[in-house]
Write a protein that binds this ligand. Sequence first.
Ligand code: SF4
Length: 263
Amino acid sequence: MARLTQADLVELNTTFESRTPQELIVWARDVFESRLAALSAMQRAGTVVCHMLHSMKVPIPVLFVDTGVLYQETLDTRDRVIREYGLEVVTLMPKLTMEEQTKQLGVLYLSTEGQAQCCHMRKNEPLLTVKGKYDALIGSLRRSDGGQREKCPILAVDPEMNCLRINPLVNFSDDELRAYVKNHNVIVNPLHFQGFSTIGCNRCTTPVLPNEPKRAGRWRHLGPWSVYCGINPTDLNRDTSTAIELSQDVIDRILGRKTDFVI
Ligand code: SF4
């Protein structure tokens, strides 16, 4: 195994800034083949990625973390994606139901420390059950969502999952996203039509007012300091000097070192 750090990706990330989302998905498919999956929470940008995979005939699994306390509309959106886009959606769930967790640990999401623990148990841990199965995960983060995501790189190392995170939509503006949804009649989580700008667990997500920031509806009961759950490592100010370990062959393919491989 060989090490790959965020610093190793600087040049490639610069080159990739001019690529379209579809070009980035094709690159990911060619580099990672069966070691590639997508990760979607079935929000608008996530279903756009699902539509791209469907229309481009890139039949990779889509990982979906069901915390057990999602809105029914989100589960229905997942089921529509399976039915209408023909994608394999792998639903990952926490070990404990929310009821069991609450009996053991109390209502965690009512404090900032508890929220971090609850999100880790109900989001990160289910995702970690597939650690080692994939060398790369395609996400749907966009810089125009603001906040920490304004600086989101296209390629980012994820030391916890030991894989590469690929965000082909980082440069997709709100207008481009809206246009893509309209032009391709993309499945949209109906909660987006009820004032939810972002969508998570039913315990911790509310609609937002027109003049509020997009993420104001997340953990509203905790105040403005809890904005991200951490399932996307670039949302948190983690140490960027850490590395992931992949086979030398895969790293050569990522960095375009193979003479028979064109990026
Ligand atoms: S969003 Fe709330 S309920 Fe969902 S995992 Fe995080 S703290 Fe728990």
